[in-house]
Design a protein around this ligand. Structure first.
Ligand code: ADP
Length: 322
C-alpha cells in the first residue's frame, strides 16, 4: 500500500485530531502517503483532498473538534453518491480509507467496501460511547469529565439553596454518558433511554429521597430518556408534585474542549492500529479496545448490534443513591 486517506464523519468528538495525527505519522513511519479528506463523505464526493505530512498534524493533539471538519452527507446514502466517492479515490490512487466516526459512518464505509471494493478501516469516534465492539470510543472520557464538572457545580448551588436540579446530558439513544456522570456526580436518580421510567416513578423517587432527609437533589437525564427531554420532564414533575425545579441542558459544551489524557492515548493507539490493519491487508473492520486488549471487529457486527448498558453500574447507582 502506497497511499491511504483519512476522514472524520458524523458528530465531532474530542480526540479526533489525535487520531488523525496518529494515522498520518504511523503511515509515514511505514512509508505510506496520506491524504486528508475535508468534511467527511461530502469531501470524498466533491474531491476535497489534501496531502497530510508529519508537520500538517503538528500542534493538534491537544485540540478538540476535527481539523479535517466533519459533515452529515445525504448524497452518500445513494449508490450514485458512493460511486462518485469511489471514483475520487481511484483518481488519486488512494488504496485504502480510514474513517473516524460512529455507526452511520461505518454503514457508509461498509457500503463503499462492498460496492466498490475499497479497503476500509473504522476508528470509533463519538462522545456517546454507543459503538458495539469497543469498550470505549474516542471523546467519551473528555465528554463525561466536562459533564461531571457541570454537575458538580450544580450540586454546590443545589445544596446551598435546597433545590432540585435536572441536568440533561447528551445521549439520544444511549445512556452511557448519563450513567457514568450520574454515578460519579452522586445523582439522586439517573434516567437513560435503555430503562424507560414514567414521571410517577421519578416523583416517587424524589419524594422518598426527601423523606430520607435529603434536602437537595440532582437528577441526571439523558436527552433521549423521556419524550421532550428534561424540560418536558420538569414541567410534568412540577404539575404532579408541586416541586419547584431547575433544568440545565448541558448541550454542545459536552462535545468541545481539549481531549483528556485518556482520549489522546486511546486515539493515538487506535489511529495507529487502523494504519497497521490497512497496510497488513485488513478491511471491513473497526479497531477497538476490550478486555482482551486491542481488537479488530467486523463492521457488519458493529452496525448490527447494540452496545449494552453496564447493568452492574445501573444497580450500583440505585444502591448508592440512598
Ligand atoms: P455517526 O457516524 O456519528 O453515527 P451519522 O449517523 O450522521 O453519524 O452518519 C454520518 C454519515 O455517514 C452520514 O451523513 C452519511 O453520509 C453516512 N451514512 C450514514 N448511514 C449510512 C448508510 N446507511 N449508508 C451509507 N452512508 C451512510
Amino acid at each position: 500500500m502506497k497511499h491511504l486517506a483519512v476522514l472524520t464523519s458524523g458528530g465531532d468528538a474530542p480526540g479526533m485530531n489525535a487520531a488523525i495525527r496518529a494515522v498520518v505519522r504511523t503511515a509515514i513511519h511505514k512509508g505510506v502517503r496520506v491524504s486528508g479528506i475535508g468534511h467527511g463523505y461530502q469531501g470524498l464526493i466533491e474531491d476535497d483532498l489534501r496531502p497530510l505530512g508529519a508537520r500538517s498534524v503538528a500542534n493538534v493533539i491537544q485540540r478538540g473538534g476535527t481539523i479535517l471538519r466533519t459533515a452529515r452527507c445525504e448524497p452518500f446514502l445513494t449508490g450514485e453518491g458512493r460511486a462518485r466517492a469511489a471514483a475520487t479515490l481511484r483518481r488519486h490512487g488512494v488504496e485504502g480509507l480510514i474513517v473516524i466516526g460512529g455507526d452511520g459512518t461505518y454503514r457508509g464505509a461498509s457500503a463503499l467496501h462492498e460496492e466498490h471494493g475499497v479497503p476500509v478501516i473504522g476508528v470509533p469516534g463519538t462522545i456517546d460511547n454507543d459503538i458495539y465492539g469497543t469498550d470505549v470510543s474516542i471523546g467519551f472520557n473528555t465528554a463525561i469529565n466536562t459533564a461531571l464538572d457541570a454537575v458538580d457545580k450544580l450540586r454546590d448551588t443545589a445544596a446551598s439553596h435546597n433545590r432540585m436540579f435536572l441536568a440533561e446530558v447528551m445521549g439520544r439513544h444511549s445512556g452511557h454518558i448519563a450513567l457514568n456522570v450520574g454515578v460519579a456526580g452522586g445523582a439522586e436518580a439517573i434516567l437513560i433511554p435503555e430503562r424507560p421510567v414514567d414521571v410517577e416513578a421519578v416523583v416517587d423517587l424524589l419524594t422518598a429521597a426527601e423523606r430520607r432527609g435529603k434536602t437537595s437533589s440532582v437528577v441526571v437525564v439523558a436527552e433521549g430518556a423521556v419524550p421532550g427531554g428534561a424540560v418536558a420532564l420538569q414541567r410534568e414533575i412540577e404539575e404532579r408534585a408541586g416541586y419547584e425545579m431547575r433544568t440545565v441542558i448541558l448541550g454542545h459544551v459536552q462535545r468541545g474542549g481539549s481531549p483528556s489524557t485518556r482520549d489522546r492515548v486511546l486515539a493515538s493507539r487506535l489511529g495507529s492500529m487502523a494504519v497497521e490493519g490497512l497496510v497488513s491487508g485488513r478491511s471491513g473492520e473497526m479497531v477497538g479496545v476490550d478486555k482482551r486488549g486491542n481488537v479488530f471487529v467486523p463492521l457488519a457486527d458493529v452496525v448490527r448490534q447494540q452496545k449494552p448498558i453496564d447493568e452492574q453500574l445501573v444497580e450500583l447507582a440505585t444502591i448508592l443513591a440512598i
